[in-house]
Design a protein around this ligand. Sequence first.
Ligand SMILES: CC(=O)N[C@H]1[C@@H](OP(=O)(O)OP(=O)(O)OC[C@H]2O[C@@H](n3ccc(=O)[nH]c3=O)[C@H](O)[C@@H]2O)O[C@H](CO)[C@@H](O)[C@@H]1O
Ligand SMILES: C=C(OP(=O)(O)O)C(=O)O
Length: 438
Amino acid sequence: MSDLLYVNGGNPLSGEITVRGAKNFVSKAMVAALLGETPSVLRNVPQIRDVNVVTGLLELHGVAVDADAKGGVLTLDPSNVESAHVADIDAHAGSSRIPILFCGPLLHRLGEAFIPDLGGCHIGDRPINYHLDILRQFGAVVDKREQGIHIRAPRGLHGTKVNLPYPSVGATEQLLLTAVRAEGVTELSNAAIEPEIMDLIAVLQKMGAVISVDTDRVIRIEGVDRLVGFRHTALGDRIEAASWACAALATGGDITVKGATQPEMMTFLNTYRKVGGEFEVGEDGIRFYHPGGDLDAIVLETDVHPGFMTDWQQPLVVALTQARGLSIVHETVYENRFGFTEALVGMGATIQVYKECLGGRPCRFGQRNFHHSAVISGPTPLEAAEIEVPDLRGGFSHLIAALTAKGTSTVRGISLIDRGYEHFQEKLDALGAEVGRD
Ligand SMILES: CC(=O)N[C@H]1[C@@H](OP(=O)(O)OP(=O)(O)OC[C@H]2O[C@@H](n3ccc(=O)[nH]c3=O)[C@H](O)[C@@H]2O)O[C@H](CO)[C@@H](O)[C@@H]1O
Ligand SMILES: C=C(OP(=O)(O)O)C(=O)O
C-alpha cells in the first residue's frame, strides 16, 4: 500500500470509533508471557505494528504465538524457549523500544540474552542507562556490542534496592520483569506508576508474583521460584483515545470513543474541559465534542503520571492552534518533542519554541540547549500542505492538522502511524473524513 495519504480537510469529524488495548501495555504483557511456565492469553490486543514486532521477537525466542487478530486474542506459549535456536536477531534492530525488556525474562530462562539496538520515536536522546544500571544491580554482566548488547547472569539475579533518578516507565518495567523471579526482595523508589504499569503488575500478580505498590512511588517485589501463564484483558489505549478527542476539538467535531475510560484519562479530561472541549462519560466510552464558540488558551506542563502525559501533548498542540489567546506548553519528559511544530507553522500556525522552562517549574532540560517549551498563539486558520510524518504522535498530529485545514494535504510516511493507531484510515472514513491513498 502507498505510504502517502491525501487528506481533504476543513470538515468536522463526527461519529463513533473504538480503541482497543494500549500499545504501551500490550507489548509489555507479551514479554511477561516469557516468564511463565504455561501459556498466557491476552485479550483486547490491537492490530498495530508494535504488536507484530514483539510477536516476531517472541517467535525468534521459541514462543509459539497464536493470534486471532480480528478478535484481539493472543495465545503465547513459552514452553520451547529453552530449546530455541535464536538467529537473525539483528534484523530486529531499530524496530521498537521493547527488546530491552526481554533482558530479565531471558536471563531467568537462559542465563544470557542478546538485545539489538532499540527503535521507537526520535523525540530525545532516549538512553538506556537506567535499564543497564538496574540489571547490573541484580548481578547481570553487560557487554556492549557493535549492534546492541550482550547480557548474562553467571551467578543468577538477586533482589536489590534501586532508586531511580527519574520515574522512567521503561526502567520501572525492566525492574518488575527482572525482580519477580530474582532471589529475595527488591525495592524500587521513585518508580513510574502509569496505568499501563499498574496493569502489568496485575498481570504479574496473576502469574504468581508478589508485588506491593506503596505510597510515594515505592514498589516492593518478593521474588518467587516459578510463575505460570496469565489470562488478561488489556486496558484501553488512553493515548489513542486522547488523540481522537483532540481531532474532535481541532476540527470542530463530535467523536465518541468506545473503549476510552475515565480513571486513566482524568488529567486529560480536566485539561480538555479547561480548553473548552466538552465530554460525556458513557457506559462503554467517552463522547468528546467541540461545543461551538471559542476555545480557550491554557498553560500546560507535561509530566509523569498522574500528570499530563507527554504522548497527549502533540495532538493537543494542534487543537491549541484553534484556541483564542496564548497557550504555553512546557514539555518536561522528553527534551526534543516539539520538532513536529515546524510543519504546523508551515501550515499557518503561530508557534514559537523556547529553550527556557516556560510557564511552570524549572525542569531537567532548563539552562540547556533543548527547545522544550512552546508558545502557541491562536486561533489561526490552517492551510493544506505537503507533510512528512516525523514520529508516531507527531504524525497523528499532522494528520489532525491536515483534517483541520481547508484543501488537500498530502501526508507522507503514513505507515509510521500504524505503529500505534489501529486501522486509523478506516476510523477516519467512519468519522466522515475525506482521505485516500493512491
Ligand atoms: C513503549 C512505551 O511504553 N513507550 C512509552 C514509555 O517510553 P519509555 O519507557 O522509553 O520512556 P521513559 O519513561 O523511560 O522515559 C522518560 C525519560 O527518562 C529518560 N530515561 C529513560 C530511561 C533511561 O535509561 N535513561 C533515561 O534518561 C528518557 O530519556 C526520558 O527523558 O514511556 C514514555 C513516558 O510516558 C511514553 O512517552 C512512551 O510512549
Ligand atoms: C513515544 C512513544 O512510543 P515509543 O516509546 O514506542 O517510541 C509513543 O507512543 O508516543
